[in-house]
Ligand binder design. Structure first.
Ligand code: FES
Length: 492
């Protein structure tokens, strides 16, 4: 049976319970141990292992430098001691130079704190309902597809305009059901993608149409045959929207859970539908470090159109993920083509999905699946665009709420697992979605998520709407340096 061990941190003894990380044990016993993200992404908790062995919960080679690995540096938040250990912290002056003090949310007012109720769980299943409606519309065929698309778009645009903000911050004593809700996104995206692929297949793959008729009496095969080109275009838009909304958004939350292999695997599986498993690398270890700086592919400078941004951010994001991954492999002594390369493995999963679509319905079905996935990927880049457009940060400073556009529109927040609370998400990347604060004083997006996505698609209108927002950001949020950096980054 596992027994408690002792960790000596700069000579001070700390009892470590079985399964506990060094950081957890140190904080529990009141040690002032430097830390920030607690999930192995920021390296603030780095310390040198002088004696003993630790089990690492995540791949620390993503964040530690070669010379640090050579010197035996470990991440305390990801290290479970195996027997007694002795570690040394960096001198305080080095730490301060390396990591500026992180932002922390103010304490929630006492009158807003309350235990989570059933409705606080159920609201995050709104998107499951929307995904099922989309799948049903795809199977129903014909005008139902276009009607389903219009209904979903109208639901979010009108609903966000009418339903106000959700600023509730309930406390979830047992958040496990929320994780299950996130995991359920995988079968849901698979179902929507299957229905979409089936809708353009020849024949009746897996006898799906016959099965629908047996269960419901509805002749899905006849409805599919009667579907016109215009409604197939709607199917493409609807499926791309669902891959982005029902797939990528839960995936975003899951791949942030670097310590949880099941969430990681499901998150990467979801991203495979949009050919974007590299997001699991670039977003966590690239975007979150460099957000609102020139080194961040996902931050659009002022003046750039969304169309240019989708292409640039896709190319630069993939290049960045490749650099991060090959550097990690090099630190393990492997070449870039090693089977452990997560970029290549992720693309292989996407290829397997294309092959499955081909097996279902031939070349047309495979091409349709690819088109839907690419649209889902474009949607992610549009969301990146509107979340950080025109903002700037001095790379030496901490990430603050002012470096992201925030919105608390109710339907958007419920359907995106609070991705809308983006200001807090970036300022404290380790916070799970249900702990994110609404921060109503943060820079506010022009509208709810789907409405804002549509507005970005008309660049002159977008620039006109964002001009007063950016002027307000310059006036009330930015530092002098940030104003200068934002002005220098402008694209004609
Ligand atoms: S606190 Fe350990 S890596 Fe961020």
């Amino acid at each position: 049976m596992a027994r408690p061990v002792t960790a000596f941190v700069d000579g001070r003894a700390v009892d470590v319970a079985p399964g506990e990380t060094l950081l957890q044990a140190a904080l529990r016993q009141g040690l002032d141990f430097p830390h920030r993200c607690r999930v192995g992404a920021c390296a603030t908790c780095r310390c040198r292992l002088v004696e003993g062995r630790v089990r690492s919960l995540t791949e620390t080679r993503y964040v530690l430098e070669d010379d640090e690995l050579d010197r035996g540096v470990i991440l305390a938040c990801q290290s479970v001691p195996v027997g007694d250990v002795r570690v040394e912290l960096e001198p305080a002056a080095t730490r301060a130079r390396r990591a500026p003090a992180p932002w922390r949310p103010p304490a929630a007012p006492a009158d807003t704190r309350r235990p989570a109720r059933l409705a606080d769980f159920l609201k995050y299943s709104l998107f499951h309902g929307v995904g099922l409606v989309a799948a049903a519309a795809l199977v129903a065929g014909g005008a139902w597809i276009s009607a389903g698309l219009l209904a979903i778009v109208a639901f979010y645009v009108v609903g966000d305009a009418l339903c106000g903000d959700d600023t509730a911050t309930p406390e979830y004593a047992r958040p496990q059901p929320l994780t299950l809700q996130l995991w359920l996104a995988l079968p849901l995206v698979a179902l929507v993608s299957f229905a979409a692929t089936w809708s353009v297949s020849s024949g009746d793959p897996l006898g799906f149409g016959a099965l629908v008729e047996r269960w419901t009496g509805f002749d899905a095969l006849a409805a599919r045959e009667a579907t016109t080109l215009g409604h197939h275009v709607s199917a493409w838009l609807l499926t791309g929207l669902m891959i982005g909304m029902v797939g990528t958004i839960p995936a975003h939350e899951l791949v942030h859970r670097t310590w949880d292999p099941v969430s990681q695997a499901i998150g990467r599986g979801l991203l495979a539908f949009s050919f974007d498993t590299v997001f699991a690398i670039e977003h966590v270890y690239g975007h979150h470090r460099h957000v609102a700086t020139r080194d961040d592919p996902a931050t659009a400078p002022r003046g750039r159109s969304v169309y240019r941004h989708v292409l640039l951010s896709t190319w630069r994001g993939n290049s960045s993920a490749w650099r991060i991954e090959t550097r990690r492999l090099r630190r393990r002594g492997h070449g870039p083509l090693h089977w452990r390369n997560a970029v290549l493995r992720g693309h292989l999963v996407s290829l397997a999905l294309v092959a499955a679509a081909w097996a279902m319905g031939g070349a047309v079905a495979a091409a349709f699946f690819v088109a839907c996935g690419l649209l889902g990927k474009a949607l992610l880049e549009i969301v990146n665009y509107m979340e950080h457009y025109g903002l700037a940060r001095d790379p030496r400073g901490p990430v603050m709420p002012r470096h992201s556009w925030n919105t608390n529109r109710r339907l958007s927040s419920w359907s995106t697992f609070n991705l809308t609370r983006h200001s807090h998400h970036h300022a404290q990347g380790e916070a799970p979605f249900h702990e994110l604060r609404p921060l109503p004083d943060a820079p506010t997006m022009v509208a709810g998520y789907l409405t804002t996505i549509l507005l970005t698609l008309v660049p002159p209108l977008w620039r006109r709407l964002m001009a007063p927002k950016l002027a307000e950001w310059d006036r009330n949020h930015a530092t002098a340096d940030e104003r200068r950096l934002a002005a220098e980054a402008v694209e004609a």
